[in-house]
Design a protein around this ligand. Structure first.
Ligand code: NAD
Length: 486
């Protein structure tokens, strides 16, 4: 079976290598988190398929690089148009594959996929430039040259969105790509490969190898012909990849996990704070940036908690295809069990469960109730990333204590600050360790801005020029005023 039909879309279950569909001797099973239904058997790639894909990407590199930003841009704009024309199909497909809300795929995520492609194509043509400067009469000319084949490894929580956040700048920079999507969500990448073909992207420029991380992923990151590795996923996997990359000194960009704080100060608008806190359950808590540690000034803790509970009680959990649903299922039984394990251990330790704390038995399947825990300092649940609908709430009594708690994990991905006084918010944001801080808001993201994590939440930044600094070979050509014959 080389095609499966999911939500009305025909999806190829094979790899996409050198513009051709390639099967594997073995397959792995893909099921839907929405209802547990069998979606299909997907080609299970390994060293052989990775070798083929990297060779195809290498062959295509020179031609793609030679097109220049404008030539590439034309094709990438066509690709973005095709994504836009297929938003409904992509949204349906992604929802069945990863269980996230159909309405958010339709109106937020898939339009963003198109924007990821369009933005970086445009950036390479119109914005990627450095002011010329002189050194004792010598001119410094800075350019961003294509670097080669990029290995892109992505997670399952926002499959195509996160993949195109890498594919967009890599292709715009003149690199070619081998993408290894997460094994729990292989479908949107495969459908996207068809769109690259329709857009006229030359064969070999974009390749997809499906399979497990320990097989296809490991073979890809260890490959000697890879110029860049961009990985989004967990800290333990990042450590394995960093070791493999070390042998070839392959440059790395890592977007990793988090345990971000959401700080509610005594001068905060508590309605806004409660609204923002409840948003942290979005995507069933499977969001790297989630402010999962709610830290509240003790003077407003009770009032905040009441508003939070009131707002959280209105969350509708259910089928992600239903437009009125707020939270869908977790991605997979393995992940569901992991989340339940964290909560069960917190219970066994005697941590206070304020809300939820158990599977949603009315819905069955992979639905876990939105949970709020009041843990003691240093508890596992407040230091480890759960990646589910589990928030912790703790109190502080001074700015110093708030900062100590906020900065007190090994992560530094994001932070949310809720305060009514600008000077107060400014003072706090200066001291927070995080790649992105939102003040009185959440998830406002601009592709021009740098994105990444501090500490164990990542290595490097992507977005705007930062993406090109990573994917391209940045070159400085210093030209003397002397020695010219003309
Ligand atoms: P994961 O690390 O288990 O897997 C991510 C990808 O790596 C998958 O495609 C997997 O197949 C692959 N992989 C696994 N082992 C590999 C190996 N040895 N070599 C090469 N590839 C390998 O992560 P996950 O469970 O899919 O995703 C959840 C994690 O991702 C969370 O920690 C979350 O915070 C993080 N995340 C971070 C961001 C960010 O932008 N910072 C965004 C989304 C998710």
């Amino acid at each position: 079976m080389t095609f499966i039909e999911v939500a009305g879309a025909k999806v190829d279950t094979r790899h996409y290598i050198g513009g051709q569909r390639v099967a594997s001797a073995e397959t792995f099973t893909n099921t839907s988190p929405v209802d547990g239904s069998f979606l299909g058997e997907i080609a299970r790639g390994g060293q052989t398929e990775v070798d083929l894909a990297v060779a195809a990407a290498n062959r295509a590199f020179k031609g793609w690089a030679a097109l220049g930003p404008v030539g590439r841009g034309e094709l990438l704009m066509k690709l973005a148009d095709l994504v836009e024309a297929n938003i409904e199909t992509l949204a349906q497909l992604e929802t069945m594959d990863n269980g996230s809300l159909l309405r958010s795929h339709r109106r937020g995520v898939m339009p963003r996929v198109a924007m990821n492609i369009r933005f970086f194509a445009d950036w390479a043509i119109n914005h990627l430039a450095h002011e010329k400067f002189e050194t004792r009469g010598h001119t410094n000319n800075i350019s961003w040259d294509p670097s080669g084949v990029c290995a892109l490894i992505t997670p399952w929580n926002a499959p195509l969105m996160l993949a195109t956040w890498k594919i967009g700048p890599a292709l715009a920079a003149g690199d070619t790509v081998v993408l290894k999507p997460a094994e729990w969500t292989p479908l949107s990448a495969s459908f996207f490969a068809d769109l690259t073909k329709q857009a006229g992207i030359p064969d070999g420029v974009f390749n997809v190898v499906q399979g497990y991380g320990r097989e296809a992923g490991a073979a890809l990151v260890a490959h000697t012909d890879i110029a860049r590795i961009s990985f989004t996923g967990s800290v333990p996997t990042a450590k394995v990849i960093a070791k493999a990359a070390a042998d070839n000194l392959t440059p790395l960009s890592f977007e990793l996990g988090g345990k971000s704080p959401l700080l509610v100060f005594e001068d905060a608008d508590l309605d806004l704070a409660a609204e923002l806190a409840v948003e942290q359950y979005d995507n069933a808590g499977q969001v790297c940036l989630s402010g999962t540690r709610i830290l509240v000034h003790e003077s407003v803790a009770e009032a905040f908690a009441e508003k939070f509970r009131e707002r959280a009680s209105k969350i509708k959990q259910g089928d992600p295809r239903d437009e009125t649903t707020d939270i869908g299922p977790q991605i997979h039984q393995v992940h569901f069990d992991r989340i339940k394990g964290f909560v069960d251990r917190a219970k066994a330790e005697g941590q206070t469960i304020v809300m939820g704390g158990e599977p949603n038995d009315e819905l069955g399947g992979l639905f876990f109730r939105p949970t709020l825990i009041q843990p003691s300092a240093g508890a596992e649940i407040v230091t480890q990333e759960v990646f589910g609908p589990v928030l912790c709430m703790q109190t502080f009594n001074s700015d110093e204590q708030a900062l100590e708690m906020a900065n007190g994990t090994e992560f530094g991905l994001a932070a949310v600050v809720v305060s009514g006084i600008r000077e107060h918010a400014d003072k706090i944001t200066k001291e927070l360790v995080a790649g992105t801080i939102w003040v009185n808001c959440f998830f406002v993201r601009d592709l021009r801005a740098p994105f990444g994590g501090s500490r164990k939440s990542g290595i490097g930044r992507e977005g705007g020029n930062w993406s090109f600094d990573f994917y391209a070979d940045v070159k400085n050509t210093v030209v003397s005023p002397n020695g010219w014959k003309e």
